[in-house]
Design a protein around this ligand. Structure first.
Ligand code: NAD
Ligand code: IPM
Ligand code: MN
Length: 353
């Protein structure tokens, strides 16, 4: 029996409601596929910040290095400015653990209500590969002349050759691995004069290493429109940190609900743990009501098992999600139903047994 050591960080808001459902389903699939877990939970997040002035303890990153994976809910809550909370927990983990890939599937599940007319699961099935360590999310910059008429705010984007090439190669490798045809690049080289032409240049250079794959590129503005109008055009979409962020909320929205979208913050070198979390945030508007949809969290558990090498168990989770969604199982309000978080988590765990 394999024993997997998992750090669990529910974080904030609905993180505390959906993470237990994610664990419930991991336990159910573990019983079936002979996986054993050691879950260690940490109370890191905004409440801890109010008590101690820190989102996580000073040795938090060191603590996480001992784990096989990190299972996170969401971070950020009203009362703590978002740039403080996210730069105190989520973003440092992504960087310190060298999780330079943020992999986000966009898939319409059978039975999922879709806001686009005449679209079926065959039409909406692609991957967003988001750069996760640099780009627009940089600490370089600052403010001058605070509080005066001359106040200035400057924020630099950072695109290194190393960082750009490795995310582009990851996208092409993924496309080959999953047997799909085309890698689409998100750019904005008409308006962003330095970094985006550089991104395009590297995309063209790296694509030459993959002669059997097709390529395509769009400026981010029309690309967002094409996600809505032609979701069937895409296999793998690769984007910088910010573009990938935006596309990976839009993608799940066209596929039915932001609440079902999973993500994997991957360190492909494997020297440090990767982290698995839903794409959505802490949803303060519904936190505490017990009605959050746990599917994004549960599906993130599947991505975790896939990453750790347990593909069959991972596939079983997605199969169970689809069985419940398409088989008239409980639906949370975001899916048009009245079920609560626990009902949906129970139904998915039951579909595994
Ligand atoms: P959000 O994703 O938390 O919520 C957006 C909307 O989607 C809300 O109406 C919410 O109720 C709904 N929603 C989200 N998840 C849902 C679920 N599982 N079930 C049902 N409905 C769901 O985005 P936001 O409002 O922009 O951000 C709230 C906080 O979360 C902020 O502090 C933000 O910085 C943070 N955030 C964190 C992460 C993360 O930890 N990875 C991601 C996004 C936002
Ligand atoms: C996400 C979130 C985060 C991001 C925020 C909360 C910093 O939106 O994981 O998509 O932009 O990376
Ligand atoms: Mn986001």
């Amino acid at each position: 029996m394999s024993k997997l050591k998992i750090a669990v960080i529910p974080g904030d808001g609905i993180g505390w409601e959906v993470v237990p459902e994610g664990i419930k389903v991991l336990e159910a699939v573990g019983a079936k596929y002979d996986l054993d877990y050691e879950f260690i939970e940490y109370d890191w997040g905004c409440e801890r910040y109010h008590k101690t002035g820190k989102l996580m303890p000073d040795d938090g990153i060191e603590t996480l290095k001992d784990f096989d994976s990190i299972f996170l809910g969401a971070c950020g809550y009203p009362g703590v400015p978002d740039h403080v909370s996210l730069w105190g927990l989520l973003i440092p983990i992504r960087r310190e653990m060298k999780q330079y890939v943020n992999l986000r599937p966009v898939r319409m599940l059978k039975g999922m209500p879709c806001p686009l007319s005449n679209r079926s699961p065959e039409d909406i099935n692609f991957w967003v590969v988001r750069e996760n360590n640099e780009g627009e999310y940089s600490e370089i910059g600052g403010r001058l002349h605070r509080g005066t008429e001359y106040e200035v705010a400057v924020q630099e984007s950072v695109f290194t050759k190393f960082g750009t090439d490795r995310i582009l190669r990851y996208a092409f490798d993924l496309c080959e691995k999953i047997g799909r045809k085309k890698v689409t690049s998100a750019t904005k080289s008409n308006g962003i004069i330095h970094t985006m032409p550089y991104w395009d240049e590297r995309f063209a250079a790296i694509s030459e290493e993959y002669p059997s794959l097709d390529t395509d590129q769009y400026h981010i503005d029309i690309l967002t429109a094409n996600f809505v109008l032609h979701p069937d055009w895409f296999d793998v979409v690769v984007g910088s940190n910010l573009f990938g962020d935006i596309l990976s909320d839009l993608g799940p929205a066209i596929a039915g609900s932001i609440a079902i979208a999973p993500s994997a913050n991957i360190n492909p070198d494997g020297d440090l743990p990767s982290m698995f979390e839903p794409v959505h945030g802490s949803a303060p508007d519904i936190a505490g009501k017990g009605i959050a949809n746990p599917i994004g969290q549960i599906w993130s558990g599947s991505m975790m098992l896939e990453h750790l090498g347990y593909s069959e168990a991972a596939d079983e989770i997605v199969r169970a999600i689809e069985e419940v969604v398409s088989g008239g199982g409980p639906k949370t309000p975001d899916l048009g139903g009245q079920a609560n978080t626990k009902d949906l988590g129970d139904a998915i765990a039951e579909a595994i047994r």
